[in-house]
Design a protein around this ligand. Sequence first.
Ligand SMILES: [Zn+2]
Length: 189
Amino acid sequence: MPITIPVDVHLVTITVMNRSGPRPVLAREIDCGLDVGHVQTGINRANSTWAPDFQFNMRTIQKVRADLPGDTGFIGDPERWFLYGQYPARSGVSLICVRQIGRVDGGGWIAGKSARERSITMIGFSLNPLWGQTLAHEFGHLLCLEDVGNESGNLMYPSSQPGTLLTPAQRRRALDSPLARQFRAAPRP
Ligand SMILES: [Zn+2]
């Protein structure tokens, strides 16, 4: 039986305000570009990489609007921490989908590896079929895996095209992570 981890998905539309006039006006909106079907497809792909140990289940999905502190529409460190604060994980994983992180498409960030901050940010590059593999990589960070620098076929190789391989040692480490322990079913007496 895989360990089942719930995922709450936030499809974020960023609003960019123009504050140069007497009062702020909406300058533009940046939709994440993903819908429920895209996200489910990505999660399915991540699940096939993490089988048979883990299964990530979309528990909720909601469209939200975020008025970022800066007015650039650019997501740097202050903006992503703002989003992590807006959509914290509650007993599971918070998946925060935005159009673009930094100034390039591709890649993802995680908020932290503590028990309280299991949030994850992904870009909304909906046409990229590798999206789900990046998601699987970020789930790996949430399961306490580090990037590996020397193995290009490995899931934790830092790349916009991570591989699918996980070593037995990586799987053991993931199975021993706080997130895994939280959701592992109690052994039968
Ligand atoms: Zn990484």
